[in-house]
Design a binder for this molecule. Structure first.
Ligand SMILES: C[S@@+](CC[C@H](N)C(=O)[O-])C[C@H]1O[C@@H](n2cnc3c(N)ncnc32)[C@H](O)[C@@H]1O
Length: 237
């Protein structure tokens, strides 16, 4: 029997979802979607890469921290606007403290421009049981593999090669147990020369951890009030 996972306790401050456990926001109501687009899509050269390389091979995005699914919907949205031919999209995401379906819906109601895709996600959101849940949308061209578990303990049990990484998760200061050397080594071992990575944080612990794991790290201007963010590729790539 699959182990049940308890839904996270979500609170709301000024109409914005907040994790009471990590005292950090899931997104900014003012510009959360623009931030996803800037930090994760643009920095990984998406959607351009969805139409390059072997078009028969899925483009694999791996994310740490599924949260409200906003990054998934942002990627699916830009992918859906591209004409064929394009690569199928496989989005793998890990979430240790999943939202209940009711909270997921309430969060995604903040983004009316994504309503069509959000309703499909909500309708197919898996039961909160530990392990990998795969859902396909639109004749299998978009697959979401959602792992309810800990990124450091459970992601290594699965086989995949990432085309790009979205390193999300609450800030390293508020959630240090996620941003470990073990995570950076896992990211490296599931990447190749063409894999890119981006994250909203430019914390030195993250930069140094990625460098120790074999990445060459670049700083970019951060989104909005954030001074810097980082992208990375394996050294010599
Ligand atoms: C800022 S939120 C992510 C927002 C999300 N990407 C979105 O699009 O809404 C950070 C997420 O990381 C999750 N998280 C934190 N530590 C984790 C861990 N060790 N393993 C897996 N998920 C974790 C949190 O529960 C939270 O949902």
């Amino acid at each position: 029997m699959s182990r049940k996972v308890r839904a996270v306790d979500l609170s709301w401050e000024q109409d914005t979802p907040l994790s009471t456990q990590h005292e950090d926001f899931y997104f900014s109501l003012k510009n959360g979607l623009d931030e996803s687009n800037y930090v994760f899509l643009k920095a990984n050269h998406l959607p351009r890469r969805f139409i390059s390389g072997d078009l028969n091979q899925p483009f694999v995005i791996v994310e740490t921290g599924f949260g409200t699914g906003l990054n998934f919907l942002a990627a699916w949205d830009v992918w859906s606007r591209l004409q064929e031919p394009k690569r199928p999209l496989h989005f793998i995401s890990v979430e240790k403290y999943p939202l209940s379906k009711t909270d997921l819906k309430k969060c995604l109601d903040c983004w009316p421009q994504l309503a069509g895709l959000a309703s499909q996600l909500i309708a197919n959101y898996p039961d909160l049981t530990a392990g990998m849940h795969s859902v396909s949308f639109g004749v299998d061209a978009v697959t979401l593999s959602l792992l309810f578990g800990d990124v450091n303990e459970d992601l290594c049990l699965h086989e995949f090669l990432a085309d790009c990484w979205f390193l999300d998760g609450f800030s390293p200061r508020k959630n240090p147990s996620m941003w470990t050397d073990q995570l950076f080594e896992l990211v490296a071992s599931h990447s190749n020369d063409a894999t890119t990575l981006s994250t909203f944080t430019a914390a030195s612990s993250v930069r140094k951890g990625l460098e120790r794991a074999g990445f060459e790290v670049n700083k970019l201007p951060g989104f909005g009030a954030k001074r810097e963010m980082i992208t990375a590729r394996l050294k010599g790539a």
